[in-house]
Write a protein that binds this ligand. Structure first.
Ligand code: IMP
Ligand code: MG
Length: 175
């Protein structure tokens, strides 16, 4: 059966929530510059929209770590495919991720980044699937907690498809 997409969070609700997160982050980082680190590729749509809603000075960098292949389950292997361009020493870092699932990717990433001596390091994710957690990761900002379903859109893919959907959807009809 061909896969179909059921809307889980509408475009309007995603946009509204990102606006709220941007406001909260701007308050929390008042008087500081926030250094956003986007976890590619999934975090990129969220980071761009979020950055537009933050009113304190923002700088950005990108990192690509992969723990998943083309399917919907973790390969268990976390690999840095692209490292940051700039040092983060002394910076107030905010990692921007699309989704925290098992928590393995972020657990590993936070560990690596902490060793580079940022002034602070926090985590913002658009989606959180707490039921699936295997590693204890402290999430500071969450867009939406969602049930254990495979979702796409707003940066999230299924076999590299659907990242460009402007809403969050559940893929149905997967084998
Ligand atoms: P974790 O290491 O298990 O927390 O996995 C995090 C990564 O897995 C995310 O950054 C996504 O790239 C991917 N992932 C986890 N759940 C989903 C999903 O429902 N849809 C699409 N990608 C997902
Ligand atoms: Mg991701």
């Amino acid at each position: 059966m061909a896969e179909t997409i059921r809307v889980l969070v509408s475009e309007e609700d995603v946009d509204k929530r990102i606006m709220e997160l941007g406001k909260k982050i701007s308050e929390d980082y008042a008087g500081k510059q926030v250094h956003l680190i986007c976890v590619l590729k999934g975090g990129v749509f969220f980071m761009c929209e979020l950055a537009k809603r933050i009113t304190v000075p923002v700088s950005m960098d990108f990192m690509c770590v992969s723990s998943y292949g083309d399917g919907t389950t973790s390969s268990g292997v976390v690999r840095i495919a692209k490292d940051l361009d700039e040092a983060i020493e002394g910076k107030d870092v905010l990692i921007v991720e699309d989704i925290i699932d098992s928590g393995r990717t972020l657990y590993y990433l936070i560990d690596i980044l902490k060793k580079r001596n940022p002034k602070s390091i926090h985590l913002c994710t658009l989606l959180d699937k707490p039921e699936r957690r295997e590693r204890d990761v402290k999430v500071d900002y969450v867009g939406f907690e969602i049930p254990d379903e495979f979702v796409v859109g707003y940066g999230l893919d299924y076999a590299q498809k659907y990242r460009n959907l402007p809403y969050i959807g559940v893929v149905e009809g997967l084998e």
